[in-house]
Design a protein around this ligand. Structure first.
Ligand code: DX5
Ligand code: ZN
Length: 218
């Protein structure tokens, strides 16, 4: 399988959301990456259910929802209703991660778990088989446009080993500071999905940038 591209809507023009959603629909992107921030788990607030539901009305691709919120169990049903296909929670935000993952699956969504830059991959050892996706944060969550943390490569290698050893089907998604300089090495190291916000939406031709990320034309 070739790697997937998930443009992060956080970097879109919110006053022209439908235009940007259509751009992603028409492009070679695979998923919509949708960042939800609560101002508690991360020092920023983004958007919630009404905006996700509005995106869903126009989105023709998988809705990959990344929750940067405390106690996500409270809202699992609501995110399903708003249109999430994949729901990713943070390891650091869940006291009963196993229960949370099962609740996501019970709602018919794929379940992802995200790790902050300081959280080692091996904390997932006893749950990896239950996961559809692991999202490795390659910046500290909360903001778009930050620079990529190099230690990410090591974490991808470790996670890949853990996935292979356990027989898990989880895909590896990388989020934060992804650009033309690191995309190729990320995929070579084992990334299955690349999230890209600023690099796509702040570029002159976002659709062309998505094409280049998809075909690693660097
Ligand atoms: C950061 C978010 C990312 C963000 C990535 O907390 O999880 O998805 O939108 O943006 P860039 O690609 O600009 O680092
Ligand atoms: Zn994200």
């Amino acid at each position: 399988m070739s790697h997937l591209i998930a443009p992060s809507i956080l970097a879109a023009d919110f006053a022209n959301l439908q235009r940007d959603v259509e751009m992603v629909n028409q492009s070679e992107a695979d998923w919509f990456h949708i960042d939800v921030m609560d101002g508690v788990f991360v020092p920023n607030i983004s958007f919630g259910m009404p905006v996700i539901a509005a995106i869903k009305k126009h989105a023709a691709k998988t809705m990959d929802v990344h929750l940067m919120i405390v106690d996500p169990d409270r809202f699992i049903k609501d995110f399903k209703k708003a249109g999430a296909d994949i729901l990713t929670v943070h390891y650091e935000a869940c006291n009963h991660l196993h229960r949370t993952v099962q609740a996501i699956k019970q709602e018919g969504m794929q379940a992802g778990v995200s790790l902050n830059p300081h959280t080692p991959v091996n904390v997932l050892e006893d749950i990896i088989k239950d996961l559809d996706l692991v999202l490795i944060m390659s910046v500290n969550p909360g903001f778009g446009g930050q620079s990529f943390i190099e230690n990410t490569y090591k974490k991808i290698s470790e996670l890949k080993k853990l996935i292979e050893k356990s027989g898990s089907n989880a895909v590896i998604e990388i989020d934060g500071g992804v650009n033309g300089k690191n995309a190729e090495q990320l995929v070579a190291t084992g990334a299955d999905v690349l999230v890209a916000g600023s690099f796509v939406f702040k570029s002159e031709d976002p659709s062309k940038t998505i094409h280049e990320l998809k075909h690693l034309k660097y």
